[in-house]
Design a protein around this ligand. Sequence first.
Ligand SMILES: N[C@@H](CCC(=O)N[C@@H](CS)C(=O)NCC(=O)O)C(=O)O
Length: 214
Amino acid sequence: MTITITAFERSPDGGKGLARDTRVRWALEEAGQPYEVRLVSFSAMKELAHLALHPFGQIPTYQEGDLALFETGAIVFHIAERHTGLLPEELNARARAITWMFAALNTVELPILDLVTVKIIEGDKPWSKERLPLVMDRIRACLDRLSARLGSADWLDGAFSAGDLLMVSVLLRLRMSGILDEYRNLADYVARGEARPAYQRAFASQLAVNAPNE
Ligand SMILES: N[C@@H](CCC(=O)N[C@@H](CS)C(=O)NCC(=O)O)C(=O)O
């Protein structure tokens, strides 16, 4: 059955791979699953046809036969459950990998998204300069713990898993801020994720849509 995902017709990041379709593309590439991409404009995302797929009018969505999903965590989990390579077979190891998926999205991504909010969305507000150091402190508190847990390991819990895929995807958003470089092991961890052939293919396919015209 054909898998179709949605992505920005024109991503605000101009192809840096930060739009969340990249993590879904990456999971599909890791799983060796071919897929098609339907590009949607910002206005089309808020129309009824798209809202029927994604109640919050966002990308990405995932369709496979009569199954339609939204939320990257759920989509990556679905891919990981249906195919090999993203979750360990052993049940306890599998449960721990799923725990890291939740940790990436529920614990680590939240303060990182605050940085986008304070710098870009609320950048012109009078309180944003005061808020920025608080947001940075919360990110550092989270990265301190993550860095300590990762230590010198390649991945969070044994072999690469969907937990790493989501964690690396979330951390990538910090690159421009320079915070990641304060944590050598986390910067190396992200680089290891980006070096995976599946990530490279996912990145290239989103860049092909979004690269600025010369
Ligand atoms: N929690 C959602 C977030 C989805 C999301 O924020 N998508 C962004 C693109 S990365 C979007 O569609 N933004 C446009 C908008 O919200 O209007 C997920 O992980 O799928």
